[in-house]
Ligand binder design. Sequence first.
Ligand code: GDP
Ligand code: ZN
Length: 314
Amino acid sequence: MQALADPTGKVLRSTRNKYIVMYGDSSLVCTVRGKLAGAPNAPILSVKVGDDVLVERVSEDEGVITEILPRRSRLSRAVEGKAYREHIIATNIDQLLIIMSTSQPEFKSGLLDRYIVIAEKNRLHSVVCINKVDLKNEQEFFPYQEWYSGLGYPVFFTSAKSGYGLDELRSTLKDKVSALVGHSGVGKSALIKRLEPGLDLKIAEISNKTRKGRHTTTFSQLFPLGFGGYVIDTPGVRELGLWDIYRHQLKEFFVEFRAFEPHCQFNDCMHLREPGCAVKTAVEDGRIFGERYQNYQNIHSDLRAAHYELIKRR
Ligand code: GDP
Ligand code: ZN
């Protein structure tokens, strides 16, 4: 078979020892040749969903992966066992697209902040889409738009029902790899279906469940978009492992604390009940969004203390 001018492909899915790779306009079922090293002297890598790979085509619909190209980013979670192990959900993700709804289910900034913490932990850019603006006036959400975009998390509004905001959604997704997150029922499938009628995330969800029953690994899949780019439907907050974060680390993931932190009385201030806390003063002055700070307190109390982990692991 003749090789394409560009021999790189993108891994859409993995099933046992085979990989579905997007290669030019076709998808190939690929195996892996020998042991793959990411770079000279690099540890041996295993192929992950999202990887850009070098492929040799061996037939119309089959190929061999010969190399994994360097990864730009990854979305991972810790797998609890004897020791924590990293499980890579997908690689080369450009952004986390957090989908919320105005109602049904009700908008909760606490959930939004949980996703943002996960994004920060994975060093991924977050974009926020508030769907179902046909049910509630978007004006009600303008304060959120202002605060969150001020922090570097753009917010836009859509309605999968009326079609409102779909152009913005399309331009957000175009030519990027986006991991979709959001509570069930917010309209993830409906939005993607409006943009790409042939694509049904729900079908993937079902195969996800049946697979989950048999395997312990979380199944993820990359969907190519006709207008350019890919989306990956990812598991929820719990599965994504907000719970891998220790309490004392949480403050690192609230980016707006950074400017105030150096002025706290204590070096190791957690910005909770300590005296002389500059973060709390900034909340009182309205320089930090009060709801974000409340969410920080709530998430903090949900998380495990590191010493508890140490006791449990003995
Ligand atoms: P998912 O679980 O996030 O994939 O959510 P779905 O796409 O399955 O949508 C859940 C429900 O919300 C379905 O009944 C949709 O028809 C409905 N829905 C989705 N988007 C909108 C919207 O923009 N407006 C309204 N009113 N309903 C929507
Ligand atoms: Zn403080």
